[in-house]
Design a protein around this ligand. Structure first.
Ligand SMILES: C[S@@+](CC[C@H](N)C(=O)[O-])C[C@H]1O[C@@H](n2cnc3c(N)ncnc32)[C@H](O)[C@@H]1O
Length: 283
């Protein structure tokens, strides 16, 4: 593997966070699948395209991109996380997709062959860069002249019902700044205009940010969804600070907060995102 600039993220995604995502790939895909359609519509991949999927994780969108680019095109998934990439490779093999590759690396600094991709896509893999302008410039340089980017990043924290549910626990499990717009982590690019400004600064053109909303399935019922949320990275971080009796009360209250979202379709929660589109400068 090449150099890593985002060492804290690398530790998280090769540690608990990445192991949880890899072990529960189906659950995380059910959470995020509602964003696939807007992402793929914006990406408009055509057969023959070579697609780079940034922060591809367990590779759901990389596999979708590879299918859309087949038979002569391809998709490369780039991610920091060894456990998630292992899962991605296994799923691609099971599905018999042979025009997809996965590489471990930091998208901010990994040398990518200049001009070698028609398109860069990402489903929530571009929010964790310590130096986003450097990262987006690295990605832009990998695009052919006039190549395109379609990237999803989290929008305003309050647009996410899972976070609203976690926030009901704040007297038991203080959020301590988690979920603030602009802070480090998943909401780093959430402020209106922030991500678009960074893409422009990185040299991309025709930058647009569209606000999109999607519902995801977090569990078959409120109990299952509460367990999943509390076992996820943010939930676990909150829980590890709490005594067992407090943790039990928090779990009960979270289940109650999620119950109104439960239906025959499971626990469906709304999330919001910025769908960023841009083009690389013509030669
Ligand atoms: C929220 S997950 C999304 C994963 C996947 N795109 C999906 O939709 O299931 C964020 C992903 O970004 C990856 N990531 C974070 N920072 C990265 C970086 N600097 N370079 C490459 N991947 C990164 C993480 O390892 C993780 O897989």
């Amino acid at each position: 593997m090449h150099g890593i600039a985002n060492t804290t993220q690398s530790q998280a995604w090769n540690g608990y966070e990445g192991t949880h995502w890899a072990a529960h790939q189906d659950r995380w895909d059910a959470v995020n699948a509602g964003f696939n359609q807007p992402l793929l519509a914006a990406a408009a991949i055509t057969p023959g395209d070579h697609v780079l999927d940034i922060g591809c994780g367990a590779g759901a969108t990389t596999r979708l991109a590879a299918r859309a680019a087949a038979p002569h095109g391809s998709a490369l998934g780039l991610d920091l996380s060894a456990p998630m990439l292992e899962r991605a490779r296994a799923s691609a093999e099971t599905e018999g997709i042979d025009n997809v590759r996965f590489e471990q690396g930091d998208a901010q600094v990994r040398p990518l062959t200049r001009g070698s991709f028609d398109l860069a896509v990402s489903r929530f893999g571009v929010m964790f860069f310590a130096d986003p302008v450097a990262a987006f410039a690295n990605i832009a340089a990998a695009l052919r002249p006039g190549g395109r980017a379609a990237l999803l990043c989290a929008a305003e924290p309050e647009g996410n019902e899972w976070l609203t549910a976690l926030a009901t626990l704040t007297d038991l499990l203080p959020l301590n700044g988690f979920g603030k717009s602009g802070g480090p982590g998943m909401f780093s690019l959430s402020a209106p205009g922030a991500a678009a400004a960074l893409l422009s600064e990185a040299g991309l053109q025709n930058v647009r940010a569209e606000h999109v909303t999607a519902y995801g399935t977090w569990g078959s019922d409120a109990d299952e969804a509460a367990d999943f949320l509390l076992a996820s990275g943010p939930g676990r971080h909150l829980l590890t600070q709490a005594a067992p009796a407090i943790a039990a009360r928090a779990r009960t209250r979270l289940t109650d907060a999620l119950r109104p979202h439960q239906s025959d379709a499971g626990v469906r929660l709304r999330s919001t995102a910025w769908l960023l589109t841009a083009t690389a400068p013509a030669a």
